[in-house]
Design a protein around this ligand. Sequence first.
Ligand code: ATP
Ligand code: MG
Length: 432
Amino acid sequence: MATHREGRPVTKRPPSIEVVAIGDELILGDTIDTNGAWLGQRLGEEGIRVVRRAVVGDDEVSIRLAITDALLRTGVVVCCGGLGPTPDDRTRSVVASLYGWPVEIDEDWVSIIEERFTKRGMTMPLVNRRQAEVPRGAILLPNEIGTAPGLILDRADLGITVLLPGVPRELRWLVEHRVLPWLRPRLPESRSAIHRRVVRTTGLAESAVAERIADVTTDIEPLTLAFLPVGVGIDLRLTSWGDIPDEEAGPLLDAAEARIRERLGRHVYGSAHEDLAEVVGMRLRERGWTVATAESCTGGLVAKRLTDAPGSSDYMLGGVTSYANEIKAGVLGVPEATLVEQGAVSEPAVLAMLDGIVRLMHAHCAIAITGIAGPGGGSADKPVGTVWIAARTPANSRSRRLHLFGSRAEIRDRAAQAALKMLLDLVLTSAQ
Ligand code: ATP
Ligand code: MG
């Protein structure tokens, strides 16, 4: 039944379900429960809210308790893992006994699996018959890309249990092709999807981001806002949880996103899964400009990120990893005197690298980086984390000394990010 809040009709809360991931490897940490993460996202898009996730080992008691618990709370549980042919795969038999349904071999499914083995010139191992065990009354979900079918058990007094194999590719296939088509008609018509919006920022610490958007944070309701530090920046994720009708969620998210972008200005570089290098590439392509890189401590990381984007040959010419001083001097033309007197990690050195790579590759734009990524090699006036970055466009150039912290990998990542951001800012301030 519809209720009212602030004079606005609010639809019924979205259907909620729980997820139980089964497997000793998940408990031991050898495998990360990516199935659970994917189910949360995918079902959320359908307006089905995963309200709790449990991870249990391959033992019968834990599996039984986790499923019973979940059914008591929401009446719908999706389980993954433990449907294999080996004796450590117990999910099917535990759930069958919970529902009080005897297990029978589905001979049709056995024939299908047998046929698949025959087609590949093999004989089906006898243990695979186990994967055709179906609790009487359960619905078998044929799996076209694997041998373990999914199963749905639906009993009015207990609730719905969906069993899926652990292999991520098979689980996703079964959800798309079998589970959602079965579930959709059984869900309320009025449900709204969970909508997300991600604003990506770089160059500001989490606390600084929080300060700048403090007033947005306090009246964000009915949306929620999450701060996600991703190492080279802070992602801000806005979520509309599915109790807001789809047609209202869009405008609410638009308004909140606009306020955040306005407060954070040039620190925002993109949205969702856009990489900064991809955004730089798009802006270069618009202007018909090319780019080249000269990198020392980042060892080609910027070049790698620029070329991650398909079609980057439109703007990316190439790069030089000038790790040794002989290469800085011999290939890029950094004067020996600069390297001796100011050192390889200095402003004159980074500017000479920048000039050198532009000359060498005839690029419109360039990035140069030289620094000390550690853990060794630091000194009192140039401690580990000292990095000089420089960037240029046809009209402008800029250089800056960074004081970075963290591990070697983090320093390299942050230096690459800062240099890409420097180029983006220069490109955006240049007339198109
Ligand atoms: P199959 O019948 O295909 O053997 P299964 O149901 O027995 O599947 P498992 O044996 O538990 O599944 O797992 C198969 C593979 O899937 C393993 O490589 C495992 O690490 C991986 N896997 C299992 N559960 C998850 C999960 N929750 N997230 C990501 N990967 C998983
Ligand atoms: Mg397993």
